[in-house]
Design a protein around this ligand. Sequence first.
Ligand code: NAP
Length: 491
Amino acid sequence: MSVPNETELLARVPSKLYIGGQWVDGSAGHSIDVVDPATGSVIKTIADASSDDGIAALDAAVAAADSWAATAPRARGEILRRAFDLLQERRDDFALLMTLEMGKPLAESQGEVTYGGEFLRWFGEEAVRIAGRYGTNPEGTGRMIVSQHPVGPCYLITPWNFPLAMATRKIAPALAAGCTVVIKPAELTPLTTLYVARLLEDAGLPAGVLNVITTSTSGEVSGPIIEDPRLRKLSFTGSTAVGQKLIQQSAHGVLRTSMELGGNAPFVVFEDADLDRAVDGAMIAKFRNIGQACTAANRFIVHESIAEEFARRVTERVNGFRVGRGTDDGVTIGPLINEAAVEKAEKLVRDAVERGASVLTGGSAIEGTGTFYEPTVISGVKPGSDILREEIFGPVLAIVPFTDEADAIRIANDTEFGLVSYVFTKDLARGQRMIERLQTGMMGLNVGVISNAAAPFGGVKHSGLGREGGLEGIHEYLSTKYTLTPDPFAV
Ligand code: NAP
């Protein structure tokens, strides 16, 4: 791993919209300043799309749809594989770019390059395994053919917290399935997606298959795309509130939708848990990405007999963190994405403390340049505290004691979300009971990080619809067709 020169890297990153294989100016009449949250400085100024640009991007995706769907699955897979290989060559560029626009420490950005790249490799492999069925109908009078087809042009909307992985997790399965796409990254972190478009262009992706729009008016630009009858699929990752709005908008065109929404993950530590393992798991489940992950542990539900010891150990570890700009050596906690994120962490901690929680370490915003919040541990969090209900999206570890298994399950399920749960116990049967009783789309049983391109990622309840990754991921971009033919021996 070597760290590229920042100025030279930023000069290599495109600053225009990518439509129909061309890099074009935005026509909104202004531009977007991308800011480094660690310094508050503008690192690059890029194009701002108007709603006409959005429709032009959809036009390009529609124009390329038939030929891409007819491209051999092996050829589609090989382009994705070439993109995977190129990503490995450019991994230091991508890592630094994410640290600059989003703030996470470089080592974590390198981890995201690995994770995000795996979607290109996995779905490159899956492109040739899109299978159907053929069989005799129960009456014996005909043959039933079940086949899979690309759903058609897709609109992909991604958040700022994992700029590479959220893009590849949608682009790769869509392209593997034979769909063309328009992708819109978050205004706060658009550079990585533009650099992904350059990567796919260099990997030989035909013009129009992938189109990128960057905009400062996401609602205004997205509305006409979502309402356009040529669009067939919307895949969104972001907050539940925006997801709900997009589901309503999608009703008009009866769009296929995939929704990867917010979380409020419980992290349950039973009295029989391996405490060293639980503390290691807690560090990664809470502080990875500076706590800004939908999979971040939000509520540490710890048996009352070990709550104090657990709190002591996690506090000791948190006191060893180094806060700073993600590019600096040894930094483990970068800035939050913006001032609003700092204010949210402050508000949630203040509310918890007013209701009786104790601050064991941290608990304040850090004054000065950038948007930093101290890594924080609070214990004895009382029922009814906002921090138990809302996504923290910051480096705050909140501990709630429980009395027995039924109590742990009740607290864990007491949320409208259901993305991921973490459980630490040495008792296998208890672990299995938790798998069956927790309302969750995913579970880490004695582990603190579970994401993998080979696994189906997604939630239940207000955490979303559909799955990304795994064998399931490609089916979000395929529609099933059933055909009946007469018994060939009877005609
Ligand atoms: P957000 O505010 O919902 O934004 C997500 C994306 O939607 C951004 O690209 C945003 O663009 C766009 N957007 C906002 N309003 C829109 C509208 N009216 N029409 C069309 N697009 C619109 O969420 P965020 O703050 O970026 O991300 C944090 C949230 O994402 C958290 O709740 C987190 O849990 C969730 N998340 C979920 C997963 C998962 O897999 N389940 C993964 C990562 C994050 P602009 O920002 O440019 O307006």
